[in-house]
Design a protein around this ligand. Structure first.
Ligand SMILES: NC(=O)c1ccc[n+]([C@@H]2O[C@H](COP(=O)([O-])OP(=O)(O)OC[C@H]3O[C@@H](n4cnc5c(N)ncnc54)[C@H](O)[C@@H]3O)[C@@H](O)[C@H]2O)c1
Ligand SMILES: [Zn+2]
Length: 367
């Protein structure tokens, strides 16, 4: 079974397909949306070993000539120099304006290959084939692509909507536990933002998701894809609703930065960020404490336990004010009134300092 969600943005309209054990459908889907005859299949060394053969065979059966390109797994491949090597190889292989890129892998490959497709000949088509929970639930949809610079993460990028997204939830069975958990934080984020229906479903199906029951995983990814597709359709460039996707990310990014990138997985930092944002929502918006208690219980049940907070409050504060999303020094937070109802608020320095001190202290007591 394959579910399709339509995403319509000014930068392009496309389908997000979600199914279980459907990777070999990639050739058929490519044939519907990619006009050319050559495909650069970009993957990483880990994903390539597991899934490149199935994808390549399917694409070849559909008549494409496939040029395989693999980079080392991990964030360090999301760089200007690796992107440069890939586009040079695309040129050397004679890829033309009508040819395409297939991005087979997690968020790193999606961002990197999407970026290469976006700049090669001023933009050739890209098909996103995400293989991590984070990428299927979130990063493969919406057209943001980037590489990291020495000065910071995602600092060079382009908007490049894919021609289609194919999420095979069967590929998630091979995902290491910490990557799985990291993705679950984004699923919780999406459910809280979407509202009661999704949140209630997640609470009821936590145990099945934890054991990666195939039906539950499919349903979670499908719901996340619908949610993200709807948000980016209404706001491609983050002028309004798309900003809500940063729920938990103001503190989350600060934690990742202060700990040193790669030390704390993104999802765990985001889990911590949404705990903090829910508390801040009580103070700033007067939200009911029952909301943050409910979210805490869900995060705990998902194995996203609170971090031991051996952080310096001042370092966290200054990392927040330097975030590329803060405007004029005051960090912006996505705060929740209740499930499904958010507000973006610039929080004043005094309130924030008190809340960060409280957060650091509580985390210390708990450790
Ligand atoms: N563009 C966006 O909107 C957006 C949104 C959120 C995050 N991101 C980016 O996504 C990146 C993180 O993505 P990620 O968490 O998917 O990391 P990742 O791509 O590095 O994948 C994590 C690890 O899992 C391995 N892996 C991937 N799929 C696998 C599978 N099916 N089985 C076994 N191993 C597998 C990879 O080789 C890698 O080692 C970051 O660079 C972040 O900036 C982008
Ligand atoms: Zn995130």
């Amino acid at each position: 079974m394959i579910d399709a969600t339509r995403v319509e943005t000014p930068g392009g309209a496309y389908d997000v397909f979600v199914g279980t054990n459907v990777l070999d459908e990639i050739g058929r889907i490519a044939a519907r949306v990619l006009p050319g005859s050559r495909i650069a299949l970009i993957t990483d060394d880990t994903v390539g070993v597991l899934y490149a053969d199935v994808a390549t065979d399917s694409l070849r059966r559909a008549g494409y000539s496939v040029i395989p390109m693999s980079v080392p797994a991990g964030e360090s491949s999301k760089s200007w120099s690796v992107a440069g090597q890939l586009v040079e190889r695309m040129a050397a292989a004679g890829l033309e304006r009508s040819d395409a890129v297939v991005a087979l892998g997690g968020g790193v490959i999606g961002d990197l290959a999407g970026f290469c497709a976006g700049v090669y000949m001023r933009g050739i088509a890209v098909l996103q084939v995400p293989t991590t929970l984070l990428a299927q639930a979130d990063s493969s949809i919406g057209g943001k692509t980037a590489v990291d610079l020495d000065a910071g993460k995602n600092l060079a990028g382009v908007f490049m909507q894919p021609s289609a997204v194919l999420s095979d939830t069967g590929t998630l069975t091979s995902l290491p536990e910490h990557e799985w958990r990291s993705g679950l934080a984004e699923v919780v984020k999406s459910a809280v933002l979407e509202g009661e229906e999704f949140l209630g479903w997640l609470e009821k199906n936590t145990a099945d998701l934890m054991s990666r029951d195939s039906g539950a995983v499919y349903e979670a990814v499908r719901r996340c894809a619908c949610f993200k597709g709807r948000v980016v359709s209404s706001d491609e460039r983050e002028a309004g609703e798309r900003e809500s996707l940063n729920y938990g990310h103001t503190l989350g990014h600060a934690i990742e930065k202060v700990a040193g990138f790669g030390v704390i997985p993104h999802g765990l930092a985001v889990g911590e960020g949404i705990r903090f944002a829910a508390h801040l929502s009580e103070r700033v918006l007067g939200s009911a404490p029952a909301f943050s208690q409910r979210q805490e219980a869900l995060l705990d049940a998902m194995g996203l336990s609170a971090l031991q907070r051996r952080f310096d409050a001042n370092e966290i504060r200054s990392a927040m004010s330097n975030d590329k999303k803060s405007r004029g020094g005051n960090p912006r937070f996505v705060l929740m009134q209740e499930p499904g109802v958010f507000q973006v608020v610039e929080v004043d320095g005094m309130t924030l300092a008190e809340e960060i001190d409280r957060w650091v202290l509580e985390g210390d007591e708990g450790s």
